[in-house]
Ligand binder design. Structure first.
Ligand SMILES: O=P(O)(O)O[C@H]1[C@H](O)[C@@H](O)[C@H](O)[C@@H](O)[C@@H]1O
Ligand SMILES: [Mg+2]
Length: 284
């Protein structure tokens, strides 16, 4: 039987590469910065332009009617963020916008594709490092066409863990984030890290450079592609309460195995984050 998703997968890789080249070029000129949900949730013209390029190319190739699109900047402008059974592209045009603005060298283009709410493939182009990560469900994970594999460490005391602070600086939430980090650091683990992009963090789990990455407050476009890449590299995804991973829940633990994941989960202080697919509240 013909493989229906090979063409979209190959196309996603070429679009991600094209988008990454645009980001690199834009980084050479002055970057005008605006904000979204908070004063530290940054957005630039490049985020918007690159998302338009990606969605425009996908629509041209696959038609507007049959495929749906969830893109970070389109959702910010009021488009729907509901995952249906239709073939759906989930896109973060510039993951690591703060890094991009500051010239911190980890910025990724993240493109995932889901059908019947199941993620079929994920492509992450770490464009400043020029590394192309990709995975298709059931077919393994790759970096620049070389197979990648999570680490086999089961001893938490020999692990490196990644987390991020996010863009919600409500003092009670920040307190919980730092309390969690303090507890994990004191297990003790070898180290705590953060690249500033959820997509790249997940690739670091997938290559075995770190054992786990967790965050509360991320969005589906930050982690959809990484979810496929981590699982295809042999890793696992869980909710921060140890339950099943839910793409729209804005919380996730990705790890090399369930021993590491469950040990981390013991220390996570959970705080609320509104779901990506929550009904939009009408403004008065
Ligand atoms: O850079 P963006 O696409 O906004 O995504 C980042 C997110 O906003 C932050 O909350 C996370 O901490 C980063 O890891 C994301 O990648
Ligand atoms: Mg992002």
């Amino acid at each position: 039987m013909e493989d229906p998703w090979q063409k979209p997968y190959d196309f996603a890789v070429s679009v991600a590469r094209k988008a990454g080249a645009e980001i690199r070029k834009a980084g050479e000129s002055e970057i005008k910065v605006c904000t979204k949900s908070s004063t530290v949730d940054l957005v630039t013209k490049t985020d918007e332009r690159v998302e338009k390029i990606i969605i425009g190319s996908l629509k041209e190739e696959f038609g507007e009617g049959t495929h749906c699109f969830i893109g970070e900047e389109s959702v910010a402008k009021g488009e729907s963020c509901i995952l249906t059974d239709k073939p759906t592209w989930i896109i973060d045009p510039v993951d690591g916008t703060t890094n991009f603005v500051h010239g911190f060298p980890f910025v990724a283009v993240s493109i995932a594709f889901a059908v019947n709410k199941q993620l079929e493939f994920g492509v992450i182009y770490s464009c400043l490092e020029d590394k192309m990560y990709k995975a298709r469900r059931g077919k393994g994970a790759f970096c620049d066409d070389e197979p990648i594999q999570v680490s086999d460490v089961k001893d938490i005391n020999k692990s490196i863990i990644i987390s991020e602070h996010g863009t919600d600086r409500t003092p009670e939430k920040v307190k919980k984030i730092f309390s969690t980090m303090q507890k994990i650091l004191c297990i003790p683990v070898h180290g705590l890290r953060g690249s500033g992009t959820a997509a790249t963090n997940m690739c670091l789990v997938a290559t075995g450079a770190v054992e786990a990455f967790f965050e509360i407050g991320i969005h589906c476009w930050d982690i959809a592609a990484g979810a496929v890449i981590v699982q295809e590299a042999g890793g696992i995804l869980l909710d921060v309460d140890g339950g099943p991973f839910d793409l729209m829940s804005r919380r996730m633990v990705s790890a090399n195995n369930d021993v590491i994941a469950k040990r981390i989960i013991k220390e996570i202080e959970i705080f609320p984050a509104e779901r990506d697919d929550a009904p939009v509240q009408k403004k008065c």
